[in-house]
Ligand binder design. Structure first.
Ligand SMILES: O=C(O)CCC(=O)C(=O)O
Ligand SMILES: [Fe+2]
Length: 190
């Protein structure tokens, strides 16, 4: 998974600018670490309701997240205009989310996806979720080349762990509260 994550970041860096993978892959992402979460969602107890939120809307605190969901599906992404889109399970496919750290590191060029999980069936749903993150002590700051000449910076630099702590410990920063994310933590009013 570490190798796959690095490969995906390499492709993302290439898409941001020519040669950026050479410039930034090792220097910026060389100390990233990952962890896997195995999630077992119990089915909704109220069979009357045809859709129940298993995991509320949120963004991930990672650079990227790689998701495998079982054949029940239920993962949904929120489009820019606020519509929920079903991410249908697809054999031999994984879903890749951009996370908050990448949104800040790219000065907003990449968007941390707002997503949730809905449960519709009377069976347990399983997923494997791999979060790939900067090291705790890393100062997250978009390189000048990524910001681009003449563009304003929209985040102030922050230490990765401080943001994780903000999301985990601050009542208003909690998981499902989409209103409190990296923009609220480190956003500049520009
Ligand atoms: O279970 C899933 O499909 C996604 C879970 C998720 O978004 C998360 O754990 O952050
Ligand atoms: Fe997530």
């Amino acid at each position: 998974m570490m190798k796959l994550s690095k490969k995906i970041i390499e492709i993302i860096l290439k898409s941001l600018g020519t040669g950026y993978e050479k410039r930034f892959l090792d220097s910026e992402f060389g100390n990233c670490h990952g962890y896997m979460r195995i999630v077992n969602y119990t089915p909704p107890s109220n069979a009357e309701e045809n859709q129940v939120e298993g995991l509320g809307m949120h963004t991930d605190m990672s650079c990227i997240t790689i998701v495998f969901q079982d054949e029940l599906g239920g993962l949904q992404m929120r489009s820019k205009d606020g519509k929920w889109l079903n991410i249908h399970p697809c054999k031999n496919s994984l879903v890749v989310n951009i996370g908050d750290l990448m949104q800040a590191w790219s000065n907003g060029r990449l968007r941390s996806s707002e997503h949730r999980v809905v449960l519709r069936r009377s069976r347990n749903r399983f997923s494997l979720v791999f979060f790939w993150c900067f090291e705790d002590e890393k100062e997250v700051i978009a390189p000048n080349e990524i910001v681009g000449n003449g563009n304003p910076r929209i985040y102030h630099p922050f230490v990765c762990l401080k943001y994780i702590k903000f999301r985990e410990s601050n009542e208003v920063g909690k998981f499902e509260k989409i209103g409190y994310t990296v923009k609220d933590f480190a956003g500049l009013n520009v």
